[in-house]
Design a protein around this ligand. Structure first.
Ligand code: VGL
Ligand code: ZN
Length: 199
């Protein structure tokens, strides 16, 4: 029994999407550590517990890059090398409670931040991941948590809206990269404009 309050009531019409809670983002020694990212692991676990108990789907995403990809600054992108396939940094955080399928994104060097789709950096063509197929057909409402609030959480939530779900992003369950100061506020604004409940 969990004593901790969750951010929302779970039932079979809800799906919890746990985005990129991986060592490179959530461990202070990770290569793209999101400030205080480690603080979300405990509260996210409580949420997973509540969701699973209520019969809601719980699905995870994992950023999973080749060692060279236009996503990385050294290859023409903007990010330090992170979440390279089969390295410690790409592993889900060891304290994260994994109770559902994991969708890997970026596997073939694709770019893009949403858990629902990836983008070929050369052609710009987007393709779907398996995420939507893993959410119970009964799911109407998505709760998107994890890292980072201004990239993969935001894009996953926006894609969820486009796909016709009601979407919630609880702020206590995410943290922001803030590559530019104020990215957190701008992301929250953008999410709310799109109809996401940022709570
Ligand atoms: C992410 C930057 C680069 C994320 C992934 O998971 O939010 N951010 N790759
Ligand atoms: Zn990445």
């Amino acid at each position: 029994m969990s004593e901790r309050a969750t951010t929302t009531a779970y039932d079979e019409a809800a799906a919890l999407i746990v985005v990129d809670v991986q060592n490179d983002f959530a461990d202070p020694s990770g290569s793209l550590y999101v400030k205080a990212g480690d603080e979300v692991v405990g509260p996210v676990n409580a949420e997973i517990d509540a969701a699973a108990e209520a019969g809601a789907a719980v699905v995870y995403t994992q950023d999973w890059h080749p060692s060279s990809t236009p996503h990385f600054a050294k290859d023409g992108g903007i990010w330090p090398v992170h979440c390279v396939a089969d390295t410690w940094g790409a592993e889900l955080h060891p304290d994260l409670d994994v109770r559902g399928p994991v969708v890997r994104k970026g596997t073939n060097g694709e770019d893009g931040y949403s858990g629902f789709s990836v983008r070929d950096p050369r052609t710009g063509a987007t393709s779907e991941t398996q995420l939507e197929s893993l959410i119970e057909p009964s799911a109407r409402r998505l709760i998107v948590v994890g890292l980072a609030g201004d990239y993969c959480v935001k894009e996953t939530a926006l894609d969820g809206m486009r796909l016709g779900y009601d979407v919630e992003v609880p702020l206590v369950l995410t943290r922001f990269v803030n590559l530019e100061p104020g990215d957190d506020e701008r992301s929250i604004h953008q999410l709310r404009e799109a109809g996401v409940a940022v709570v």
